[in-house]
Design a protein around this ligand. Sequence first.
Ligand SMILES: [Fe+2]
Length: 199
Amino acid sequence: MAFTLPELPYSYDALSPYMSKETLEFHHDKHHQAYVTNGNKLLEGTEFEGKPVEEVVKGAFGKNQGLFNNAGQHYNHIHFWQWMKPNGGGKPSGAVEKALVDSFGSLEAANAKFIEAGTTQFGSGWAWFAVKDGKVEVMKTANGESPLVQGAHPILGVDVWEHSYYIDYRNRRPDYLKAFVDNLVNWDHVDELYQAAVK
Ligand SMILES: [Fe+2]
């Protein structure tokens, strides 16, 4: 099956003022759409045609850079939209809360490490909570890469490409990251992914 652009799970103005309608229109309709369009062009005639996006990402890594970049960003953005919700943020619930405290000592420490990873990712990329060997780790990756190609299961990721925050925050990436953690994260979805990863 070809890649297709998923609808946002909320309206374009639902995350305002932390992420504006204008940002979501550009980010979803232009940037994510471009990864879908270019990914489909690059999939044509390859062994990956018709495969699920996770398999394309893992299979193209280190072999087909152009396809990997676009498939990786398609995968990352499919989840990014679901990792946010109106009135998000606050405290996680469920099993993932205990896992974060076990790994980092406290929720505050976990969130601080996550924000630090996003702040210190030089240039475009992502910061993550990912499950590796049953534990939650903080990771950061460049461009379209994700923990998926490092033997880990991403459970939360934040896009730190400038297209994700420049309209609303200009160069203030740390302010964007703080708003993401405090007001946007959909912890229910993070908990679902955590539980699937440790099954
Ligand atoms: Fe993005």
